[in-house]
Design a protein around this ligand. Sequence first.
Ligand code: HEM
Length: 393
Amino acid sequence: MSGPERSPVKQFTMLAGPQPEDPFEVYARVGSVQPFWTDSPSDVDGYWVVTRYADVRKVLRNPDGAFSSEEAFIPKISMPNPMLPTESDPPDTRKYRSILLSEMTPDKVDPLEPRMREVCAEIIDSFRDRGHCDVVTDFAREYPIRIFVEFFGLPPERREEFRNHAHTFLHSPPQRPTTWTAIRTIVAEELASKRRSPKRDLLSAIANGEIDGELIDMETATNIAATVFLGGLDTLPSNIAWSLRYLTTHPKLRSQLVEDPSLTPHAVEEFLRFFSVANPVRRAVRDVEVGSTLIRGGDRLFLIMGCADRDEAEFEDAGCVRFDRAVNRHIAFGAGGHRCLGSHLARHELVVALNGWHAKIPEYRMPKDATLSFNGGVLAIASLPLEWDVTNA
Ligand code: HEM
């Protein structure tokens, strides 16, 4: 293919699957630099890596329509049906999002708070007297999925199966097409039953939604519902685990949250910025400049939020977690036409998780011999052992 020269070229490996090293530290070494091309042998295809806040925001906001979300996956994976609205472009994106938008507003999410607190307390009570747990498996993965299945309208007894599918999809790219089909099969069955007898849940709203004044077709409804399923299941556990891990090594910040829970919403915003776990991808539809780099039409872009949201050009003291940050325009939830639809739910759940944890376990630490393991894709800690003194708890 002809077009502008792909330059500069740098060595880089996209993090996917199990990782031995903290992925945010790996990305911190890349830093916030001008876009560069990479075609490391360990990654399947070459692609652009975009790290600066201004560049990532520009690509996401896409003012001139130079970037597409269709056929943008890295590595290139051919999916049997599109993830919607994720793999769509305007004007279709707005149509698909309209089915979800009114169902995920603060008005719909805020009333869930008492249930969030109840579930959170129940889960922590189940292990608190033990004096130790694995935060990832015992808490961070368990709490959001219990809220999500109720909000979404899935049978709670199939929680484990849902969680495993979402995890495989997000962390094992080669298995995506088969896992996607398995997820679609589950949601298609549920959507069919919710179309016949709607309940007060998101699946019912999707099953009975309208596009251009017509009842949504089941194929589109299934692609939308399966995408929400994926968006809602792995991002939150990752953020909860990163936040609690950070607080084990920053006891002053932890004490501030224990003493004054009204600080927690600020802490959550800062943890969203500092641990931006989701990295969007895009495809250039024509030759286009990003920063000082000319991108060739047809090339794919990997947008590293963990670099953008730690860019000194946008955030003063970007490398420090500061609960008193006056301006925090982080893009952990994306920006522009595909901005995260679950952001209200996510923020609410994160605040309840940290406050719920600190109310019951105010002091905690990582065991000295703890070994952490990590996942790429949605950047996650795979396992985080914590312990505490039961008498003080
Ligand atoms: C800490 C938690 C979360 C983070 C960091 C996060 C991050 C993101 C990001 C960066 C995008 C934009 C992707 C792109 O531009 O291609 C996105 C999209 C999306 N998210 Fe989230 N998300 C979170 C939680 C959730 C939850 C809880 C749900 C659902 C219950 C959800 C549902 C979605 C959906 C449906 C989209 C697709 C929007 C579109 O393409 O128009 N997310 N999310």
